[in-house]
Design a protein around this ligand. Structure first.
Ligand code: SF4
Ligand code: SF4
Length: 718
């Protein structure tokens, strides 16, 4: 039965209160990035990842052919091959193999595919004894838990918890010293290796042209499991078939580096057919391979989500995920964990299990940026949200928002009305108190008041000239048009100072990202078309946005969103070719220099918005701009999300507030050299809303500005 959203929130709060989990995952998240950067230092990781993506896509296109080739080659070497359409079928096959061979005890090495089918439960229900032999897997088996990470299944447990678990299992008090705990596991498991009749392993690769399987492990138990017992059963997703050893070796260059920042796993084993086995009557090991489909071939045909089958299970999408970092794998996946876990839960374990989980993504793109197979994980997560909305219908709040946002005049009228309605509740630039239905959840940061006059109402009064080179059209976005118009005014000031012409097409509307995030696909299409139309006659050289999220959404989705109407093909392409973020425009097109600014020596930290640094790949320009008008102070984890994520902050305030607290702590601590910033600059109004609101609640230790405000404030008057 599906878990209710309320229960899901309760379980998230429980995880957030687990101080050991928080500390462990926090330390791991920070150290992992440093170690990964070091291990990839002399390699072109991007090129390798692109090659893996390309080769995996090609392999998936000829999967049937490769499967036949594997069967032909492996059968010649004594391997018995099975193909299971479902998890249940795979478990039945494995139980039958055990029965046919009079098996009593089964040892297992680590396999996520076996976790996917819950094979242990099936075997135990049929009377077999099953013992996990990977240290982490053994620990969680003793505790009757699932893994919380695909590579490090027991990362959520302290040595004290493990000592308690081992004490209970061995009926003796065990010391919590890690070395001693490992010795306990070794001693206890040794007997099981010796008398097991069957070993179950996973497989990282099934190599078609030789009928070989490949297994990467860090513990010797993998080899003991596949060699000691008289029967070996490997279980492997059908997506693990690769044409040849070269493809497997390419993946091996990235997989351990991405997973645990190791150059290579301690063991890489290649098993090609049945080996000698003195106990069996024919002196050969009984060797079976079960290929699991369980939704993979239908996922393969899915044009938008099929690329998820490229996954090599490195687990890195969890390692960098700000949500995983706070709540761990039990709350961010069902069997598979992290971004790919959200996706595979939907495809392998049912829509009901996925529907709450899939909402718990901030859309920060950190997973996409690091994925060993170049999968557009946030794009697939958004696609699944849209499908769930289509399958189950929209919540009323989402339908209403979609109706309002696709009617530009109504939307803008409501915002203007909101400006008056908020008056009794505002104080200065912030909402002083919120209606109680919001206050409890959103009180971790002050919310901004709607501006007394929107940018669209102020623009004519700015007397900005449309004459000049280049001619720049302003895409305002809702937040800056109605909440932070001063950021756009600052941009106009800089544009005019550098001789650019400025235009503001009034028919423009919201970029549509909030609608996309809520899965309101039709409404997102309407707003995309409205914006393309608004700029189509404006004759501008550039369309600048000061919102990284608007820019990234438009770049990533407008072609598809307008693609159902052929008349938009050229218009949209032209629109996107002109689209540019403010920092790139200022630095690379307007070519501002330090002569344009008064440098007051302000010490300035920078928050790198997810959609700017990862969405658009803009990283150096904002930092260089800061250096032109102040002193840039590097702080820790500048490119880690601030926790805003548009509608995410409303849906998951417990996570959003904790991510924000971490960000502010890093900023307030200052640089490694102990320099404390007085200003925090960023270039996305959503981040400003989160950071400025958080700082306001936190005593305004650091002032938060948009980069356009910072530069505008320091612009020399001519
Ligand atoms: S986009 Fe960010 S929050 Fe969402 S799954 Fe990926 S890393 Fe996690
Ligand atoms: S989706 Fe990418 S990053 Fe995540 S486990 Fe798979 S290959 Fe690794």
């Amino acid at each position: 039965m599906a878990e209710s959203m309320k229960n899901y929130h309760d379980s998230l709060k429980e995880a957030l209160e687990d101080s050991f989990l928080r500390k462990t995952l926090d330390t791991f998240a920070v150290q992992y990035k440093v170690n990964r950067a070091n291990i990839f230092a002399d390699m072109n990781a991007t090129e390798l990842i692109n090659e893996i993506a390309d080769h995996k896509d090609k392999a998936m296109l000829k999967l049937d052919e490769l499967y036949q080739q594997f069967v032909e080659q492996a059968s010649k070497k004594g391997l018995h091959i099975h193909r299971a359409s479902t998890a249940q079928e795979a478990n039945d096959i494995i139980c039958n193999i055990a029965k046919e061979n009079n098996v009593k005890k089964i040892i297992k090495s680590k396999s996520m595919t076996a976790e996917e089918t819950h094979v242990n439960h099936a075997l135990e229900a049929n009377g077999f004894e099953v013992v996990e032999t990977d240290l982490g897997e053994w620990i969680i088996q003793l505790r009757h838990e699932g893994p919380t990470h695909m590579v490090m299944p027991a990362i959520h447990l302290s040595r004290y918890q493990v000592a308690d678990t081992f004490s209970e299992a061995t009926k003796q008090d065990q010391d919590s010293d890690i070395g001693k705990l490992v010795k306990v596991a070794r001693y206890e498991l040794r007997a099981h290796f010796a008398d097991a009749d069957m070993g179950i392993s996973g497989a990282n690769f099934a190599i078609a042209d030789s009928g070989t399987i490949g297994i990467c492990t860090n513990e010797g138990n993998g080899r003991l499991t596949t060699t000691l017992p008289r029967v070996h059963v490997a279980i492997c997703g059908i997506d693990k078939i690769v044409p040849n050893i070269e493809d497997a070796l390419r993946i091996i260059q990235v997989l351990p580096r991405n997973a645990t920042a190791q150059a290579i796993t301690t063991y890489v084993s290649w098993i090609s057919g049945s080996s000698n086995c003195e106990i069996n009557s024919d002196k050969r090991k009984i060797f079976h391979l079960v290929f699991l489909d369980n939704g993979r071939t239908s996922l393969l045909k899915d044009p938008k989500c099929g690329q998820a089958l490229r996954c090599v299970r490195c687990g890195a999408c969890a390692n960098v995920c700000p949500v995983y970092r706070l709540v761990g794998g039990h709350k961010m996946g069902y069997v598979y964990i992290g971004a790919i876990g959200l996706i595979l839960t939907y495809f392998f374990h049912g829509h009901d299990r996925a529907k709450n989980l899939i909402q718990n993504c901030i859309n920060c793109h950190a997973c996409k940026d690091i994925c060993a197979a170049g999968i557009d994980l946030p794009g697939i997560i958004q696609e699944i949200r849209a499908r769930l909305v289509e399958e189950e219908g929209s919540p009323i709040s989402s339908t209403l928002l979609a109706k309002v946002m696709t009617n530009r005049k109504l939307f803008h009228t409501l915002l203007k009305f909101g400006k008056f309605a908020q008056k009794p509740m505002t104080s200065g630039k912030f909402v002083r108190h919120l209606p109680t239905i919001f206050a409890g959840d959103q009180s971790f940061r002050s919310l901004p008041a709607i501006a007394s006059e929107s940018f669209r109402d102020r623009f004519a009064k700015l007397n900005a000239s449309a004459q000049g080179t280049p001619k720049v059209g302003i895409f305002a976005g809702c937040a800056q048009d109605f909440v932070y118009p001063e950021q756009l005014e600052s941009a106009v000031k800089i544009l005019q100072a550098k001789g650019a012409g400025v235009a503001f097409p009034y028919e423009q509307s919201c970029c549509g990202l909030p609608l996309q995030m809520m899965g309101e696909r039709e409404a997102a299409k309407k707003t995309a078309k409205a914006n393309v139309d608004a700029f189509s006659n404006s004759n501008v050289d550039y369309i600048v946005t000061l919102c990284a999220s608007c820019a990234s959404h438009m770049k990533d989705h407008y072609t598809e969103l307008t693609g159902d109407d052929p008349s938009y093909k050229d218009k949209t392409a032209k629109y996107l070719s002109k689209l540019i973020d403010f920092s790139s425009l200022a630095k690379n097109v307007l070519k501002v220099t330090e002569d344009d600014f008064i440098n007051r020596g302000a010490k300035v930290a920078y928050h790198s918005p997810c959609h700017l640094c990862r969405g658009l790949g803009v990283t150096k320009e904002p930092r260089e701009l800061i250096g032109l008008a102040g002193e840039y102070v590097p702080t820790a984890e500048e490119d880690v999300c601030c926790g805003f994520g548009g509608t995410y902050t409303m849906k998951f305030p417990e996570i959003s507030s904790t991510v924000l607290a971490l960000k502010l702590k890093n900023v307030e601590e200052g640089s490694k050299d102990g320099i404390k910033p007085e200003l925090l600059v960023t270039d996305c109004p959503g981040c400003i809303m989160q950071l400025r609101g958080g700082e306001h609640k936190h005593g305004d230790k650091v002032k938060v500005q948009h980069i356009s405000e910072f530069l505008g404030h320091n612009l020399k008057s001519k």
